[in-house]
Design a protein around this ligand. Structure first.
Ligand SMILES: [Zn+2]
Ligand SMILES: [Zn+2]
Length: 260
């Protein structure tokens, strides 16, 4: 564990770290993946603490920030980095601001239910989510090469239009962002979400071969990939019972749930 007032750094293996915000109700995880020529940082958290101070202690490699999706709990420290990548369908959200959520809602969500002291630099009353131009755009099937490590981009919309999952082909890690995590419902119940897309995306990730571990962006750090079998059954159940539409509520399965 690394010294950090706000972040908890957990080492997954010799070249992979989770940088987590466990003092916040959302229990957000960002992930630093080291290669030989560069590093990838999957998301940058809530923006309550300075993430670059943490990644500077973990690597001297140049860092490409990969955005799973443009929600405020995933882009918080984007402004601390120079190379930022986002799916093409959320380029405009990154530049112009997140669609469908007011600044008041975002501030209230960011500032509530915090159980540890926040850095002095954080002020919930003036907090503004990052906006800026990305360095480059991502699309389905893109391969990010870190030297000895290849990351494959899967466009997995539903929770948001440009949501991506990232498969670390070398290690077998599947980073699922807000498409799949445990403990609290996966959100697809507000206007910028799409239940049909979400279920299609869930089905799609069940077909990725050789997954050794799943890393969602919230709650448990690391989910056994046998959850994909449960996801597969859930997809069938939701479709057969005509539940894949707004307003059908929370659908609990054994280890995860979705809310439409
Ligand atoms: Zn989200
Ligand atoms: Zn999230």
């Amino acid at each position: 564990m690394l010294e950090g007032d706000w972040f908890t750094v957990q080492q997954i293996d010799e070249s992979t770290y989770a940088i987590s915000e466990l003092g916040h109700w959302e229990k957000v995880h960002s992930f630093l993946l080291l290669g030989t020529t560069k590093a990838a940082l999957i998301d940058t958290g809530l923006g309550i603490g300075n993430m670059k101070r943490m990644t500077d202690q973990l690597t001297t490699l140049p860092i490409d920030v990969i955005t799973t999706h443009v929600h405020s709990d995933h882009i918080g420290s984007h402004g601390e980095y120079t190379r930022i990548f986002v799916h093409e369908d959320e380029e405009s959200w990154l530049i112009n601001g997140i669609v469908g959520l007011s600044l008041e809602q975002i501030r209230a969500n960011t500032a509530r239910d915090i159980t540890i002291p926040t850095p002095k630099s954080f002020n919930p009353d003036t907090y503004i989510p990052f906006t800026g131009k990305p360095t480059g755009l991502l699309k389905d099937g893109d391969v990010l090469d870190l030297g000895n490590r290849k990351l494959i981009v899967y466009h997995t919309p539903g929770h948001s239009p440009g949501h991506i999952s990232i498969f670390d082909e070398t290690k077998g890690y599947l980073f699922t962002g807000d498409l799949l995590y445990d403990e609290t419902p996966v959100y697809a119940f507000y206007p910028t979400t799409n239940p049909i897309d979400l279920v299609n995306s869930l089905e799609r990730i069940t077909k990725i071969p050789n997954v050794t571990m799943i890393y969602g962006s919230h709650n448990s750090l690391g989910i056994n990939p046998d959850i994909l079998k449960e996801v597969k059954e859930a997809v069938i159940y939701l479709r057969e019972h005509d539940l894949v539409k707004f307003g059908t509520g929370i659908h609990p399965f054994k280890r995860f749930s979705v809310q439409f």
